[in-house]
Design a protein around this ligand. Structure first.
Ligand SMILES: *[C@@H]1O[C@H](CO)[C@@H](O)[C@H](O)[C@H]1NC(C)=O
Length: 149
């Protein structure tokens, strides 16, 4: 275990919304758009990656996780417009009527005796009665509605 003299900058905020992707099939596919921003902190220069994990509880229960690497070192604490750096990731598919527990933290992690700063949130997707969700593959296959024409 490596000791770091300084912990990397924290996440300033974490957010997730449902997005619809136009698919080439008769079904629509849905993903979460997870967005985050970095704290305006000199230690942003230490940051190498952000780890995001998603734990779902619904029809199926599972755990997924990704690591977003920053390809270059941050040269400044803020992005254009004097705002904290902002990012988003669209890659986790979602199912109807499922609870997603999303957690994110920056890497390298803080030292063992320091706080372990992470941000988390819960995203709950609507069921098949929802106007958007009803065109998902799972809902259509459950026979609760018709395919969009
Ligand atoms: C995802 O969220 C970010 C941050 O809110 C936004 O800038 C971006 O346009 C969104 N992308 C899509 C495809 O909805």
């Amino acid at each position: 275990r490596k000791q770091y003299h300084v912990a990397p900058a924290d996440l300033h905020n974490l957010n997730a919304v449902l997005v619809e992707k136009q698919a080439e099939t008769q079904f629509q596919s849905y993903f979460m758009n997870i967005s985050w921003s970095l704290s305006t902190d000199a230690n942003v220069k230490e940051l190498t990656a952000t780890k995001i994990s998603v734990n779902s509880k619904g029809i199926i229960e599972h755990f997924q996780c990704i690591r977003c690497y920053y390809t270059e070192k941050f040269q400044s604490q803020t992005a254009a417009g004097n705002q904290g750096w902002q990012f988003y990731y669209i890659g986790f598919p979602v199912e109807p009527e499922t609870k997603y527990f999303i957690q994110a933290y920056n890497l390298p992690p803080a030292n063992i005796n320091d706080d372990f700063p992470s941000k988390s949130l819960l995203l709950t997707t609507p069921g098949c009665n929802d106007n958007v969700m009803k065109y998902s593959k799972s809902c259509i296959e459950m026979g609760k509605c018709n395919v969009r024409i």
